[in-house]
Design a protein around this ligand. Sequence first.
Ligand code: NAP
Length: 311
Amino acid sequence: MSGENIHNVIIIGSGPAGYTAGLYGARAMLEPLMFAGYMSGGQLMLTSDIENFPGYPQGIGGAEMMMQLREQAERFGLKVEDKNVERIDTSSQPYSVWVEGEEHKAHALIICTGAEAIWLGVEGEEEQKGRGISTCATCDGAFFRDEEIIVIGGGDSAMEEATFLTRFASKVTLIHRRDVFRASKVMQERAENHPKIEIRTFRQVKKWLSDEKGLSGAILEDPRDGSTEEIACTGAFIAIGHKPITGFLEGQIETDDSGYIIHKDHTMTSVSGVFAAGDVVDTRYRQAITAAGMGCQAAIDCERWLEDNIH
Ligand code: NAP
């Protein structure tokens, strides 16, 4: 630390980007402090198997990988607190970070808060959240043993969730609003070829239906002509993408219209000494490996910035 109670760098968030930034920061002797969030580890804690992270020929569980990344960073001195950051103030050096009402100060910040699932926002959804409608197959899939489930979306998340849910469900119907998929070929084909999965294109959920037991189905609409039909299901998983977690920044760091942090100079944001990495920035790749890579870049940029500007 460069002064009493002033940290070199505080890392906010703890997915692959945050832990990798923590690992590099700790190895550079910056003594980084991380606020990992109450649900540390980020979205990958909810992912069953990661098959595309180089170095794991048999794949690895998402939670297991996050625990290993954390252990590795902590071994080099990363300090982690499983708390949420409420707000930051970057109007003067050192910067302030508020956690549970307490102020922490640091010369530099690395923001790695990632993204969270988007909901459809159609009629009946609020009432059925947790009563049949979910955005996390890994968390809730096992509640739907031998039941009929629908999955909404046409990207990798939807393919992955649909394939995972075949472990429990008697049938999985994947509903997509177009007939073109954003999903990678390998994941799309795995879903298409699965005997328990039916894919229905040109359909979107107009309204959720329920009975006294919870979710009972949905009204689907064909976006081409507005015609509707009913589908029965007791479970529904929404996998239509994510939005960045940047609300706590309260406009202090420049973001795009969707809330993603904008990089101004390599991984540095609109505020000098504030860096960002991973899904909170990335509108394009959004992979564990790219987040980890960007976390590394942010830590290196941060180290150089501290050398040039503070020490
Ligand atoms: P995504 O690729 O953005 O796909 C979102 C899907 O949801 C699209 O098919 C989109 O349809 C649909 N959608 C969006 N809003 C909708 C709405 N209001 N109603 C109905 N459908 C809607 O998101 P993702 O699948 O979560 O993937 C995000 C990133 O994570 C990608 O880069 C992906 O490769 C990555 N990922 C990777 C893996 C893996 O490699 N194992 C697993 C999961 C995710 P349109 O196509 O019509 O817009």
